[in-house]
Design a protein around this ligand. Structure first.
Ligand code: GRF
Length: 192
């Protein structure tokens, strides 16, 4: 049986990406075939190298139409895309080509604390400023709008009044690492 082929898009450290590399290392039905990044200094590159996974660096210009990216994804016979801390909007053409086949993770309980500008530490600072008693993670499919695609999975964590934005980030990241590869695995297996 041919395995389902996943590509990971990441702009930063890539700690979630590494969880995917580990989780799918010897998986019988799913494999990670490549990493795309828009940032030549992204930590995800070193992590991909360590796992022997090829990476592609394309700066912002290439993400406007996405044509070159789509061409490579087709050559690599990629079935699903996983966004793991990817900072640019996915071009419409790519979203259409991979309808319900692009996963994203958002470090808060959407629809709260989502949308343009809500990324990285901004999210956790906003959660803190709003005095929330809980936060969590959301895994969803990607459509043409930031953080608005169909929600697949959410999990909450409790917050203490003394938690700083960094503490909230740590709690949420732990949940992300625990859940993201497993949730994607379940969804991909449904397509087999
Ligand atoms: C995660 O919190 C993810 O939810 C957000 O960006 C962060 C990426 O962290 N979109 P890492 O690069 O996987 O370490």
């Amino acid at each position: 049986m041919t395995k389902k082929r996943l590509s990971i898009f990441a702009s930063g450290s890539g700690s979630n990406a590494e969880k995917f590399f580990e989780h799918f290392k010897n998986h019988p039905q799913i494999e990670i075939v490549s990493v795309f990044t828009n940032n030549k200094s992204a930590g995800v590159i070193e992590r991909a190298d360590r796992f022997g996974i090829q990476h592609h660096v394309y700066n912002r210009t290439y993400w406007e139409t996405g044509e070159q990216i789509i061409k490579i994804l087709k050559e690599e016979e990629v079935d699903f895309i996983v966004l793991a801390g990817f900072m640019l909007l996915i071009p419409e053409k790519l979203v259409k080509e991979f309808s319900d086949k692009i996963f994203n993770i958002h470090p808060a309980l959407l629809p709260k604390f989502g949308g343009q500008g809500m990324y990285g530490s901004n999210v956790h600072k906003a959660v803190k400023a709003a005095g929330e008693t809980e936060s969590g993670l959301t895994i969803h499919f990607v459509n043409e709008h930031y953080d608005e695609g169909k929600i697949i999975f959410q999990e909450k964590c409790q917050l203490e009044p003394t938690d700083s934005a960094e503490d909230i980030a740590t709690k949420v990241l732990k949940l992300e690492h625990k859940n993201y590869p497993k949730v994607v695995e379940q969804e991909v297996l449904k397509s087999i």
